[in-house]
Write a protein that binds this ligand. Structure first.
Ligand SMILES: Cc1cc2nc3c(=O)[nH]c(=O)nc-3n(C[C@H](O)[C@H](O)[C@H](O)COP(=O)(O)O)c2cc1C
Length: 352
C-alpha cells in the first residue's frame, strides 16, 4: 500500500527534548525514537490505522493485530494472514503479535512474521476473551509460567529479532503470577515486557495496579518494561514512571480517533506545544483514514469498517448525533463524501 499522505503533516513534525518520561528506548539492537507506543488491538490496528498513528501521532512503535500460531505451510494463500501482516516502511518499527500456546507453532509463526517485516516478535499473554481461555491461550498463559518460558525459548531459537511478551498481572486476583511469568520470559530470552497492569478479570475502567507493575520492573532490571492500561494522560505516564519505573507506555483505546494523542502527550511531558487539531485537520485526517482503509479493504467493506473510526474522530463536535445517524447508512465513497461534507459544512458555517 502506498503511504503518501493527502495532507502535509510536516507542520506537526515531531521534535522533542528527551527527559525522564519521554526518551528513546533500546530493545536488543532496535532503538525506538520515543517510548510512547501503540498497543495491539484486534479489529483496529490494521495497516491504515497504524500509518495514521505513526504519521500523525509520531508514536515510537506500532503493533499489529494478533496472528494465530499455525503449522508451517498451513497458511498457503491465507488472505487473512497477508492482511494482518502487510506492512510498509513508513510505519516501522512494528511489533507483530503471536497468539498461541504451542512452542513449535509459535516459533514457526515467528519466522513467518519476521519474513513479513516484523521488527519485534510479541507473544500474547493477555487476551481475556472466552475463546482464548478455552484454548488455554492469551491470559490463560498467565497460569502457566513454564509454558510461557517454553514458547519464548522456541521463538528465541529461530529469530534474532527482539522478543517481547505482552502480559497482565495475573489470570485473576487469586492468581497474580506476574513475577513467575516475567521470570520465565526473562530466563528464556525475552528482550521486553509490556504489562497491562490489571489482571484478566479486571474491567478496562478499573484503576491500574502500579505496585504490581513496579514489582515486575524491579525483577526485570535493565530490561525495558512498557506500562499499559489507561496510559492516556500525562499524569498516568508520570505515575507509571515515578511509582513503577516504567521505561515506556503503550496506548490502546484512546488512540482510536485521536492519533494526535501521542504527540500531544510527548509535548505535554517535555514542555513542547500541545496541538489542538483544527476542524480542517480533523476532516483531512478522516478523509485520509478513509482513503487508506478502502485501499486495504476495498470500497464496500472499507466503508462499513470506517464507521467505527468515524465515530471516534467526531466525538465532542456539535451535531455529532445527527451525523452518526446519517453515517451508519453510508455504503460507498459517494455517501461518505456527502455525509462528511454536510457535517463539516454546517460546522464551518457561522450562520448555523
Ligand atoms: C478492541 C480491542 C482489541 C484488543 N486486541 C488486543 C490484541 O490483539 N492483543 C493484545 O495483546 N491486546 C489487545 N487488546 C488490549 C490492548 O492492547 C490494551 O492492553 C488494553 O486496551 C488496555 O490499554 P488501553 O487502556 O490503553 O486501551 C485489545 C483491546 C481492545 C480494546
Amino acid at each position: 500500500m502506498a503511504s503518501e499522505s493527502a495532507i502535509d503533516w510536516g507542520s506537526l513534525a515531531l521534535d522533542y527534548q528527551p527527559n525522564r518520561y519521554v526518551h528513546p528506548v533500546r530493545i536488543r539492537d532496535l532503538e525506538l525514537r520515543n517510548n510512547l507506543t501503540l498497543a495491539p488491538m484486534a479489529g483496529f490496528t490494521n495497516l491504515a490505522f497504524r500509518l495514521i498513528a505513526k504519521e500523525v501521532g509520531g508514536c515510537g512503535l506500532v503493533a499489529s493485530e494478533m496472528v494465530a500460531a499455525l503449522a508451517p505451510g498451513a497458511r498457503t494463500n491465507d488472505k487473512r494472514f497477508q492482511f494482518l501482516t502487510e506492512s510498509v516502511p513508513d510505519e516501522k518499527p512494528i511489533a507483530m503479535q503471536i497468539y498461541g500456546r504451542d512452542p513449535g507453532l509459535c516459533a514457526a509463526t515467528a519466522q513467518e512474521l519476521e519474513a513479513q517485516g516484523a521488527d519485534i516478535i510479541d507473544l500474547n499473554c493477555g487476551c481475556p476473551v472466552k475463546k482464548a481461555k478455552q484454548a488455554a491461550c492469551g491470559v490463560a498463559l498467565m497460569k502457566e509460567p513454564a509454558q510461557v518460558g517454553r514458547i519464548v525459548a522456541a521463538i528465541r531459537a529461530v529469530t534474532d529479532k527482539p522478543v517481547a511478551v505482552k502480559m497482565r498481572l495475573g489470570f485473576d486476583a487469586e492468581n497474580r503470577t506476574m513475577l513467575e511469568v516475567a521470570q520465565a520470559a526473562i530466563d528464556n530470552g525475552a528482550d521486553m515486557l509490556a504489562v497491562h497492569a490489571r489482571t484478566g478479570e479486571s474491567k478496562h475502567g478499573t484503576a491500574v495496579d502500579l505496585s504490581g507493575l513496579a514489582e515486575v520492573k524491579q525483577l526485570a532490571g535493565a530490561m525495558p518494561v512498557l506500562a499499559n492500561g489507561s496510559m492516556d494522560t500525562a499524569e498516568a505516564i508520570r505515575n507509571a514512571k515515578d511509582i513503577a519505573g516504567a521505561d515506556g507506555y503503550q496506548i490502546g483505546r484512546s488512540a482510536c480517533g485521536d492519533p494526535w494523542l501521542f504527540r500531544n502527550l510527548i509535548a505535554e511531558l517535555t514542555g513542547g506545544e500541545v496541538h489542538e487539531p483544527s476542524l480542517a485537520e480533523r476532516r483531512a485526517l478522516l478523509e485520509r483514514h478513509y482513503e487508506l482503509i478502502i485501499r486495504l479493504f476495498g470500497e464496500q467493506r472499507g466503508t462499513m469498517i470506517m464507521r467505527k473510526y468515524t465515530f471516534f474522530y467526531c466525538q465532542g463536535l456539535p451535531g455529532v448525533r445527527a451525523f452518526r445517524a446519517a453515517f451508519v447508512k453510508i455504503k460507498d465513497r459517494q455517501d461518505f463524501d456527502r455525509v462528511v461534507g454536510e457535517f463539516f459544512g454546517q460546522l464551518e458555517d457561522p450562520t448555523l
